[in-house]
Design a protein around this ligand. Sequence first.
Ligand code: ATP
Ligand code: MG
Length: 363
Amino acid sequence: MAGIKINNLVKAFGNVFAVKNLSLEIKDKSFMVLLGPSGCGKTTTLRCIAGLEKPDGGEIYIDNKLVNDVLPKDRDVAMVFQNYALYPHMSVFDNLAFPLKMRKIPKDQQKEKIAQVAELLGIEHLLDRKPRQLSGGEAQRVALGRAIVRNPKVFLMDEPLSNLDAKLRLYMRSELKKLQKKLSITTIYVTHDQVEAMTMADEIAIMDHGVLKQVSAPREIYNHPKNVFVASFIGSPPMNLISCSFVEKGKTAYLDAGAFSLPISDELRGIVKEKMTNTELFMGIRPEDILVKKEKGIKGEVDVIEPLGAEFVVHLCVGEQILLAMLPKSAGFTDISPGDIVFIEFNLNNLHIFDKKTGETII
Ligand SMILES: Nc1ncnc2c1ncn2[C@@H]1O[C@H](COP(=O)(O)OP(=O)(O)OP(=O)(O)O)[C@@H](O)[C@H]1O
Ligand SMILES: [Mg+2]
């Protein structure tokens, strides 16, 4: 049993604020992914939780206990790093035994525990090898084993799969997720890979420049981003953001994007008017929510076509703007080529509107 609670965490290095007033709750036994671009403060947050950095402000609770002044070794957390440094001169067995020796666990119990963990991770046959005799994936599993072997309350993982090739990474992703559920250990996992975050997380916390931008389940983050940053960070290809102005003329209201205008319902008009700070907005539409047709709709010219296998991405020039549309291969529309004039329509059920000035979501 170990939930984690972070209250207003602040950490600065000189005049760089790596973490700004971060508050986050990680439920017991859950898998939280910290996601964000390079330098946004993920590792720093993790190191504060582990006790490897001293916060400049705020509180960290593990299992309802304030740990700000608790030494790293007494926090009962295990951290796995990107470059999982195994001790090169020690065998796999001795690498796994090391954390147990440090805790003065009797030899026979060490052996038993290592056997259990080795079986769990499928590394029984590697126990006599030295780290240099292991493949990347095997070394990664040994590093995990070393973290698991002492039953920590919390796992902290900092891009643990980033040294692996794509195929192994995919495999280890699902293995890790299964393992975490089996062991029921509260885990915080850092990555800048959104696919990793979407597939592994119970909840995703997205950071930017030290600030937490949203915490939600993966699907919620994708379907209901709270701001432009999250909307454009999650999704590949990214959401189309179209500059537009809110215009009212008599009984009707519309979003004027220059090259085209989008009439909006009375209901939507009410919401936009209530929430906007001024009339400058962004329309947000995901590539899969753009329909491409041969007639009727907003006119666009095909610029580039990228086949991705199961679907293809079409780059369209609409006025000054390039919009990306993602079409399934089955769309039966494979005969379009660069230079063709097409017509597009938005799936308005999934239209997003953002306030340009604040970056906050309106709908
Ligand atoms: N020891 C340090 N001294 C000075 N500045 C630091 C130190 N550690 C981190 N920083 C700065 O703090 C900010 C956050 O760094 P952090 O390592 O937490 O980012 P990150 O999100 O883990 O990035 P990445 O995805 O590249 O690993 C960065 O601007 C970084 O340069
Ligand atoms: Mg980092």
